[in-house]
Design a protein. Structure first.
Length: 348
């Protein structure tokens, strides 16, 4: 059997744009009892953080996460790479070091050849090899849409866990990757994406966020999360709520990936950016005068997006330099945390 269909044509969504809308997810989780009575559970579901953290002993804590989605590109090897990179990002975003992964595989076996499915798994395995970990097992099912991802496990010192709720008043917010992955993905699916945009899409989504692990012991870093399906505004809002502060975002500060602005101005956007805005728009202030395409980009779902850091102002330039030296060329200061209600205020 040969594969004659585009992977993206088999899925109703792709990448982190598949995520359930923030408001809907919040309503679902509100009905689940809190994980009380577990003193070793250092991070649970309370603040919508990137992974769970369980204290093993005085020097080790287990970081556990799972992440999977439908294809964002048609090349099976690249789809596997992107999904694995995205899953490992949650470990790095907690300041952890991955130790192993398990594969999550759901494939329409009547539509995809064994060679195509094997290429997806090989792409994921190649990323894990780069990260220095094995894929030690997993689970597969026959599903209507192609789904791939990982359960990822890592280790971190209990005193060095980075969460999304540790920000302090005056902290500078730093973003380490350019925005626009969702727009590029939508353009690709519509066959409107140029070669520069496609290259930027693959480069960004397969860049491991190892920087999070390397920064974990930095005294000036107070909070960290990765920007994925809820967009920059959504994840900044989670950070604001976690710290009970106002997150000020400078609308034109984030770098945009190649071709993104032209595509966004031309009306290319994802359904997820619309759902994101509908979910949390009431908590976003000062955005009324922005053009709709700019708002869409600030809500744009970022598959395997960058890290959002809250750092002491005295070390902001140093951390930006370290990030750029590590290959995160789009690193830039995008805002700050201020005393005030737990909302996001956009400044033009």
């Amino acid at each position: 059997m040969t594969n004659s269909v585009r992977l993206t044509s088999l899925a109703h969504g792709g990448g982190c744009g598949c995520k359930i809308a923030p408001a809907v997810l919040q309503d679902i989780l509100a009905k689940i009892p809190a994980a009380a009575g577990f003193p070793n559970l250092l991070v649970g579901t309370e603040t919508s953080d990137d992974a769970a953290v369980w204290r093993l002993n005085d020097t080790q804590a287990l970081v556990a996460t799972t992440d999977f989605f439908m294809p964002v590109v048609d090349d099976p090897f690249d789809f596997g790479r992107i999904a694995a990179t995205n899953a490992l990002s949650d470990i790095y975003a907690m300041g952890g070091t991955p130790i192993l992964a398990l594969a999550i595989v759901g494939m329409p076996i009547d539509k995809l050849s064994p060679d195509t499915i094997g290429a997806i798994l090989a792409g994921g395995a190649s990323v894990c090899a780069t990260a220095g970990i094995p894929i030690a097992g997993g689970h597969s099912i026959d599903s209507v849409e192609p789904i791939y991802g990982l359960v990822a496990l890592g280790l971190v010192h209990p005193d060095r866990v980075l969460t999304n709720r540790g920000g302090k008043p005056g902290d500078v917010l730093i973003l380490t990757k350019g925005l626009g992955v969702g727009v590029l993905s939508a353009a690709f699916k519509q066959e409107k994406l140029g070669s520069a945009g496609y290259e930027a899409l693959i480069t960004s989504t397969t860049q491991l966020n190892i920087l999070g692990r390397d920064l974990a012991s930095h005294e000036g870093l107070h909070a960290m999360t990765d920007v994925t399906g809820f967009g920059l505004l959504g994840h900044a809002l989670e950070m604001a709520r976690g710290a009970d502060l106002t997150a000020e975002i400078w609308a034109h500060a984030p770098h945009l990936l190649p071709e993104v602005e032209a595509l966004a101005r031309g009306g290319i956007r994802t359904g997820a950016s619309v759902r994101n805005w509908a979910s949390y728009g009431k908590a976003i202030k000062g955005i009324e005068d922005l053009p709709e395409w700019t708002r869409d980009l600030l809500c744009d779902p970022q598959t395997s997006g960058g890290l959002l850091l809250a750092v002491d102002p005295s070390v902001a330039d140093e951390i930006c330099h370290q990030a750029k030296s590590a290959g995160f060329e789009f690193t830039v200061q995008v805002g700050r945390l201020l005393p005030g209600p737990a909302v996001v205020r956009v400044v033009t």
